[in-house]
Design a protein around this ligand. Structure first.
Ligand code: MLT
Length: 412
């Protein structure tokens, strides 16, 4: 008799963004004449920039000729891309990362999910609350949690680090020590950041406790303020305690093309039950070689072009465009008298739902009255209740129209 992985049965019925998509599709079916504006899932709308396209076209031509055809590439990614990453994302910030510490992949979501393969199921996991659902769900699937508690909205065995307006969205160091700590900054969903000295406290804490920090910096390209670290490796000693996830999705519009990378420093160690030190870089390499066959050559050539002078100029224009949307959202919320956070170093604006409404009620209100879709804060965790996320990844016209509609709707 085939047995299922019963950890899956502990999970909420569906992934947050699928639940939203289903609700929206149902509403649209019942109201076919309504023009719905989607500012829910953080998916980009600007097309791929010309320099990236040009290099991808060239790569297409190359694989069409027998002299330049390419089959399987290296599981870790082509050297040309890893060199560009090391040079541009790290050396320029004074950080030394070796080529064999960089692993190119088809997405930070997959990497964040797959990384749990390296860790024993008896590790204690800490997540910020609210949180990007992938960190929690993949730990439920792999058996690092107990059951879901309907009353608290929490899973047994998980250490929740509340991030709310009350603590200025800065998670406190937990008293109960976790082994695996997930941090995402600029934060999804709140759009808030950690200053260098705040992140340094986490690095020190992880070092003292032999914990690991799984640092997701998928949104670093949107940072506009000084003193906000783009990489956790800007903090001294972080290479001994942190894995970093990066993505071309939001930075260069690759949500559909798929390319990202993960840095696993060679200094980073895990331990056996007997206390023997094990290189996590070696384990990840072993895992990738077994389960992954690399990202397509065409995609990696496109990603390489992101780092060229023209590529940088072009993607920065897109980032500016999205951050202008963020400004439009912030100004619209100011006019509507709604309190919000984020939207300065991040494409996400995290608003406080007015009149003590619940997140999902506010979702329904905006969907039905304004025909605007956002993401209910509670979908990211219990501390997200009473909050709501809007993304700046829409197009200009829709963003402006959405804010007009939201303002009208909120004049109760
Ligand atoms: C989001 O809306 O939070 C993003 O789409 C997350 C992701 O990149 O998977």
């Amino acid at each position: 008799m085939i047995k299922v992985n019963e950890n899956f049965l502990k999970m909420q019925d569906s992934y947050l963004f699928s639940t939203i998509a289903k609700k929206v599709a149902k509403y649209q079916k019942e109201n076919p004449d309504k023009k719905i504006i989607k500012l829910g899932i953080g998916d980009v709308t600007r097309p791929i920039v010309p320099k990236v396209l040009e290099q991808m076209h060239e790569a297409v031509d190359e694989v069409g000729k027998s002299e330049t055809f390419r089959g399987y590439g290296p599981e870790q990614g082509y050297e040309f891309l890893r060199e560009a990453i090391v040079k541009n994302d790290y050396e320029k910030r004074g950080i030394k990362i070796d080529l064999d510490e960089v692993f190119v992949s088809d997405g930070a979501k997959c990497d964040c999910g797959n990384i749990v393969d390296l860790f024993g199921t008896n590790n204690k996991v800490a997540i910020t609350d609210p949180v990007y659902p992938v960190y929690l769900d993949t730990n439920i699937m792999s058996g690092r949690t107990g059951k879901y508690d309907e009353k608290t909205g929490k899973y047994e065995g998980i250490i929740y680090l509340p991030c709310t307006a009350e603590n200025n969205f800065v998670p406190e160091l937990p008293k109960k020590v976790p082994d695996m700590i997930y941090l995402c900054f600029p934060n999804n969903p709140t759009g808030t950041v950690l200053k260098k000295e705040e992140l340094a406290k986490w690095v020190k804490y992880a070092k003292e406790n032999k914990s690991i920090i799984l640092f997701d910096s998928a949104y670093e390209a949107f940072i506009s303020e000084e003193d906000v670290p783009h990489s956790i490796y800007e903090i001294e000693g972080a290479k001994e305690v942190a894995i970093e996830f990066r993505s071309f999705s939001k930075t260069a519009g690759f949500t559909g093309i798929r390319c990202a990378y993960t840095v696993v420093p060679k200094e980073l160690k895990g331990y056996t039950e007997n206390g023997e030190e094990i290189s996590l870089n070696k384990l990840w390499n072993r895992r990738q070689c077994t389960k992954f066959n690399g990202v397509s050559y065409i995609t990696q050539k496109g990603a390489e072009a992101v780092y060229s002078e023209e590529g940088q100029k072009e993607i920065k224009e897109n980032i500016k465009y999205y951050m202008e949307n963020a400004k439009i959202i912030r100004e619209g919320l100011d006019e509507a008298g709604i309190k919000y956070y984020g939207g300065i170093n991040s494409p996400y604006v995290w608003l406080k739902v007015p009149n003590n409404m619940k997140s999902w009620d506010f979702f329904d209100l905006l969907l039905e009255k304004a025909n605007v879709v956002g993401t209910p804060g509670v979908g990211f965790g219990p501390s997200g209740e009473g909050y709501f996320r809007l993304t700046a990844f829409g197009n200009r016209e829709n963003t402006e129209e959405a804010m007009r509609r939201i303002k009208n709707t909120l004049q109760f």
